[in-house]
Design a protein around this ligand. Structure first.
Ligand code: UDP
Length: 196
C-alpha cells in the first residue's frame, strides 16, 4: 500500500531506477507543500498492451516474441516470482481520474491479479497454441520476488478498478504483435535483464 516507504538497494543494478522514482516523488511533494503547486503522484505497476516496444527486454514482449518465433521462453530464476499486469487502457483511465481528482499523495494504479512468471509463460504458450518449453536462466540481481498493488485508495478515491482481464488483454496484445510479425521475426529477441 502507499504508506509503505519501501526497501530498496541504492547501489544495486536497479539503484538509479529505484532512487530516481523516490526522488521524483520527494521533489513533487516539496513543490506541492512549499510552493502550493497542484501535483499528482501515480505509482504505476507492470503495464502491457498494444504499441509496447517489441524488443525492450520486458517479460511480455520477450515471451510473445519467443513464442511467435518458435523459441523456448526464457524464464529467469525458477519463475516463482510474481507480477501483476495491468492492461494499458485501464492504466490510462486510472491516471486520468487521478488528474481530475484533488488528491496529491501517491496512488497505486495497477491490476492486483497476481501471477507467477512461470504461469505467465504457460498462459502465453497456451494462447499461442504452442507447448510451454522454458529455458531457465539466472535470476537478475535484486529482481523483486513479489509485486501486487493494493488499489484500495484508487478504488475509494477515484472509483477506479481495472476492467480488462489478462485473457482479454493478452488477446488484444497478441493481435498487435502479429501485425508487427516481421519486426518480431527479423530482430533477435532482447531478453537481457533490463539495467535501467
Ligand atoms: N523475466 C523473465 N524472462 C524474460 C524477461 C523477464 O523471466 O525474458 C522476468 C524478470 O526476471 C522479472 C519479471 O519477468 O521477474 C518481470 O520482468 P520485467 O522486466 O518485465 O518487469 P519488472 O522486473 O520491472 O517488473
Amino acid at each position: 500500500m502507499e504508506e509503505y516507504f519501501g526497501n530498496v538497494n541504492p547501489v544495486g543494478p536497479r539503484g538509479c531506477y529505484d532512487e530516481a522514482k523516490r526522488f521524483q516523488e520527494a521533489i513533487t511533494m516539496a513543490y506541492h507543500n512549499h510552493h502550493g503547486l497542484e501535483t499528482r503522484i501515480v505509482r504505476i505497476f507492470n503495464t502491457y498492451g498494444p504499441r509496447m516496444r517489441l524488443n525492450d527486454g520486458r517479460v511480455l514482449p520477450a515471451f510473445l516474441s519467443q513464442a511467435l518465433r518458435g523459441e523456448n521462453l526464457t524464464v529467469f530464476g525458477d519463475g516463482s516470482q510474481t507480477r501483476s499486469f495491468c492492461y494499458v487502457d485501464d492504466l490510462v483511465e486510472g491516471i486520468y481520474r487521478l488528474l481530475l481528482s484533488n488528491y496529491a499523495l501517491p496512488v497505486n494504479i495497477g491490476n492486483p491479479d497476481e501471477i507467477t512468471i512461470k504461469e505467465f509463460g504457460e498462459e502465453i504458450a497456451n494462447l499461442m497454441g504452442v507447448e510451454f518449453q522454458p529455458t531457465f536462466q539466472e535470476l537478475p540481481q535484486n529482481d523483486p520476488m513479489k509485486r501486487k498493488p493494493d488499489i484500495t485508495k484508487a478504488r475509494e478515491i477515484l472509483s477506479w478498478v481495472p476492467k480488462v482481464d489478462r485473457a482479454e488483454g493478452l488477446r488484444r496484445t497478441l493481435e498487435y504483435f502479429k501485425e508487427h510479425i516481421t519486426e518480431v521475426t527479423a530482430g533477435k529477441v532482447n531478453n537481457t535483464p533490463r539495467s535501467f
